[in-house]
Design a protein around this ligand. Structure first.
Ligand SMILES: Nc1nc2c(c(=O)[nH]1)N[C@H]1C(S)=C(S)[C@@H](COP(=O)(O)OP(=O)(O)OC[C@H]3O[C@@H](n4cnc5c(=O)[nH]c(N)nc54)[C@H](O)[C@@H]3O)O[C@H]1N2
Ligand SMILES: Nc1nc2c(c(=O)[nH]1)N[C@H]1C(S)=C(S)[C@@H](COP(=O)(O)OP(=O)(O)OC[C@H]3O[C@@H](n4cnc5c(=O)[nH]c(N)nc54)[C@H](O)[C@@H]3O)O[C@H]1N2
Ligand code: SF4
Ligand SMILES: [Mo]
Length: 752
């Protein structure tokens, strides 16, 4: 275990400070952690061992994709540090990256397959028992209920090679029709928005754009906490940029920005249309760009004309003067970039909101040049790989199941009969759950995601367990909420214990390396898929899928001729030596540029090569506050040290110490007064679906009428309301109606 070089007392003071002042300290604290990691005990070498060599890998938490140098003693990793020469992170890492090796050693790692015994307990068995049992039970269910009877859920946390294998195995080998991934909770909105507007799911930017903008607009994004190394890139910007943060909360990022617009939750669509109207009325439009490279502008202009100052302010709560001033700032900027994350994607109108941001870029000509772009920052380390290659929402390489030409292309590249490829789309995640509710789907295989904590409206999800005849969970840890519900648990090797590639937010493909041995009988997901293919009698379809690097070549072939073409990459060594390579990188393209952005030519991937304006009227919240539930609950990332459901970050002593140990509810002083809630006391938070107890933190960083809870506590999704974007089917996690009241006594609401 990494020893901290702060004394216990110093830690305590530090933690107390963090607890009392969360946002005031969290931003500066995160920067301090990045600038002086050693002060916090990060990255210290065990005194007894000296590294004999080093190798470079890519961090497996967030989509930033930092390069990490691993120090090895023989074949065994003993420590790591951020790679100084890597174009993404330039020698910096956040605490999660520093602690990435620690979390592999936890005692709750899944070290052997487990099967639920008749007495209800999970019992260890060998692979020779677990795999045949899984396959036989699955096939029996499929015999009874048809290909619709079983489904899978994958993850943007697996390397692309593995998640492509999972999809191909399930759909072409095991004959399943339906599968989705946790990317639905996260990036589905961006993927649909880009695809409709640009003709392909293609985030256009490169990280150098953070440093090349004179105006940066962050919408529903808190990079200080969620993408701290990207925020460091913003800090390096030498142009004294105007930084506008649009967020209901005065977040760590808002505090470091030049301007904060405290928007009403889900007021973004009206605000953006209001700004568009002002830009158009003043003719602050790049007419030439709009005429040459876009379609649908006249209709868009017509649509936004209805977003008058009074309507916009009523919808989003922002003063007309500030709306006009935002339009002026965008107009004055020479290189304006727009960045969005979950405050936009997790919404009942996420796709249209993302497309309003895209519209803003297009109409002002802020695209295809340094420092510009409508830029969606990805979440998980390989959400981008999942979007392109998981065989869930589409066929690999951004192709469509419903397109006969695409099906034939994939069949020919993979050398499988075309009839094995479903001609219809998968059900999306929420529809898969609906089909379980209706007992149409009876078997579910969950790989690398923990929905029994992270899915919206938790009690409804948990009730579905009884509807499943078979639940198989494949995870690194046996203790996850979802693994604990399983009939069969398959122990997986994690990041650091296997090879593969990730694709980061700026489309950079990079390698991850095996630097540690998986514990016990745990196997890389890829090896588990091979065992299953063999037991199911479809191994002949996957003869070329033996190692990660062999699968990488298949992925390249699937990319050929597509916008994401990366045929020019010559194996993992090439990727390693180049510091990762952004797609596209075709075989013809010989120059190696470390930074690459899309749409420099003004040509898009639509049939007429023009980007499309897309719009829709803004609609009210799905569950508006009322007399019984008068407040809005916002949820999101709590601290730099916490990753999602905590299965990994909760296993590092250093990261645990950097995170609050209570569930803390942020409440505005006015509401605290009104509901008689003194700071630090317990508060009961209730929605129509459940209730939780938290410790009240009274702060003006949240607006009156709103409460914030971090998503890392498993109880938070007991409260959330299952609303979804109609185009992307992504859950709207950040806007349900709640009530609060003083709970029993002062104290701490311990979540773990
Ligand atoms: N430390 C840490 N880092 C992470 C993760 C983690 O778990 N921990 N997870 C990773 C993943 S998968 C993701 S997707 C990203 C998420 O990264 P972010 O999206 O930046 O994080 P969130 O806190 O979910 O949401 C961002 C902000 O949206 C605001 N918001 C809520 N509702 C609205 C609204 O209606 N309009 C606007 N404009 N803003 C709104 C919230 O107040 C919040 O500050 O982080 C990645 N990085
Ligand atoms: N209320 C609320 N809920 C939210 C959000 C929110 O903002 N508010 N955000 C949503 C978002 S953006 C996201 S991305 C989701 C994340 O939700 P989840 O995907 O459920 O979160 P994780 O904790 O990352 O779960 C990943 C699981 O995969 C396991 N794992 C890691 N690596 C591997 C591997 O290589 N192989 C295998 N087999 N397993 C592995 C981990 O141990 C862990 O159990 O949460 C969503 N839920
Ligand atoms: S910023 Fe993201 S990729 Fe970089 S070290 Fe932290 S978690 Fe890893
Ligand atoms: Mo995410």
């Amino acid at each position: 275990m990494t020893m901290t070089n702060l004394s216990a007392k110093a830690w305590l003071t530090f933690r107390e400070r963090a607890r009392q002042l969360i946002h005031q300290t969290e931003g500066p604290l995160t920067r301090e952690l990045i600038q002086s990691p050693a002060r916090f005990g990060l990255g210290r070498l065990p005194a007894s061992r000296q590294p004999t060599s080093t190798t470079r890998t890519t961090c497996g938490f967030c989509s930033t994709g930092c390069g990490l140098t691993v120090h090895l003693d023989g074949n065994e990793a003993i420590s790591l540090s951020p790679s100084p020469d890597y174009p993404v992170n330039l020698g910096m890492a956040c605490p999660k990256g520093w602690e990435a090796l620690e979390v592999l050693k936890s005692p709750d790692r899944a070290t052997t397959p487990l099967v639920r015994a008749p007495d209800g307990t999970l019992r260890p068995v060998g692979w020779d028992v677990a795999i045949p049992q899984f396959v036989q039970r699955l096939q029996a269910i499929q015999d009874r209920h048809g290909p619709e009877g079983a489904a899978f859920l994958g993850s943007g946390q697996l390397p692309t090679e593995e998640l492509a294998f999972l999809g191909a195995l399930c759909k072409f080998g095991l004959g399943m029709l339906h599968g989705d991934a946790n990317t639905r909770q996260c990036m589905a909105t961006s993927a649909v928005a880009y695809k409709q507007s640009f003709g392909f799911d293609a985030p256009p930017f490169t990280y150098a754009d953070f440093e090349a903008s004179d105006v940066l607009v962050f919408v529903g994004a808190n990079p200080c906490i969620a993408h701290p190394i990207l925020w460091e890139r913003v800090v390096r910007n030498q142009l004294s940029p105007e930084i506008v943060v649009i967020d209901p909360r005065r977040t760590e990022t808002a505090m470091q920005a030049t301007r904060h617009l405290a928007i009403r939750p889900k007021g973004d669509l009206s605000l953006l249309y209001g700004v568009a109207r002002i830009l158009i009325e003043n003719d602050w439009i790049d007419r030439e760009y709009v005429e040459t490279h876009t379609s649908g502008f006249a209709d868009f202009a017509n649509h936004v004309a209805g977003y008058t100052p009074s309507r916009v302010t009523e919808d989003c709560g922002i003063d007309p003067v500030d709306v006009t001033s935002l339009a002026e700032t965008i107009h004055r900027g020479k290189a304006v970039s727009f960045w969005w994350t979950m405050g936009v994607n997790q919404s009942h109108q996420g796709v249209r909101t993302a497309q309003a941001i895209i519209a803003m870029s297009l109409m002002t000509g802020n695209i295809g040049r340094p420092g510009t772009g409508p830029n969606s920052i990805t979440g998980q380390c390989n959400a981008m790989g999942s979007r392109l290659f998981s065989h869930t929402t589409g066929l690999p390489g951004g192709r469509d199941f419903t397109n006969g030409i695409h099906r034939r292309e994939v069949a020919s590249i993979l050398d499988i009969p075309v009839e094995r490829i479903p001609a219809e789309n998968s059900l999306a995640y929420p529809e898969i759950l609906k089909a379980i509710e209706q007992r149409e789907i009876r078997a579910l295989w969950i790989v690398g995601t923990n929905p029994a904590h992270s899915w919206i409206d938790q009690s409804a999800l948990r009730r579905l367990r009884d509807n499943l005849d078979l639940l198989v969970v494949q995870d690194m840890y046996v203790s996850t909420e979802t693994a604990q519900l399983a009939d069969i648990v398959l122990p997986a090797a994690g990041w650091g214990e296997k090879e593969g590639t990730f694709i980061n937010s700026e489309r950079r493909i990079s390698v991850i390396k095996k630097v540690a041995r998986p514990p016990g009988l745990a196997l890389p997901d890829l090896s588990i898929f091979r065992l299953i293919a063999a037991a199911a009698g479809c191994a002949s379809l996957f003869e070329r899928w033996r190692t990660a690097e062999e699968v990488f070549v298949i992925l390249q072939e699937l990319s050929a001729g597509r916008p994401c073409d990366f045929m020019g990459i010559n194996g993992y060594r090439h990727l390693d030596a180049a510091g990762g390579i952004q797609w596209p990188f075709t075989a013809e393209r010989e120059e190696i540029r470390t930074e690459r952005r899309l749409f420099e030519s003004g040509h898009f991937y639509t049939t007429d090569r023009r980007a499309r304006f897309q719009f829709e009227d803004s609609r009210p919240l799905s569950e508006p506050p009322d007399d019984d539930y008068p407040l809005i609950l916002i949820t999101g990332r709590g601290s730099v040290a916490q990753w999602h459901t905590g299965t990994r970050t909760g296993k590092s002593a250093v990261l645990r110490q950097l995170a609050p140990d209570d569930l803390i509810a942020e409440i505005h002083p006015d509401d605290a007064r009104w509901f008689d809630i003194p700071p630090g006391c317990l508060v009961e938070i209730r929605s129509r679906r459940g209730s939780v107890t938290a410790t009240a933190f009274v702060t003006a960083t949240i607006q009156p009428g709103q409460v914030f809870l971090p998503m890392h506590d498993r109880r938070v999704n007991l409260l959330t309301y299952p609303a979804f974007d109609p185009h992307s089917r992504q859950p709207s996690y950040k806007d349900c109606a709640i009530s609060i009241r003083r709970g029993p006594g002062r104290g701490s609401a311990r979540p773990r």
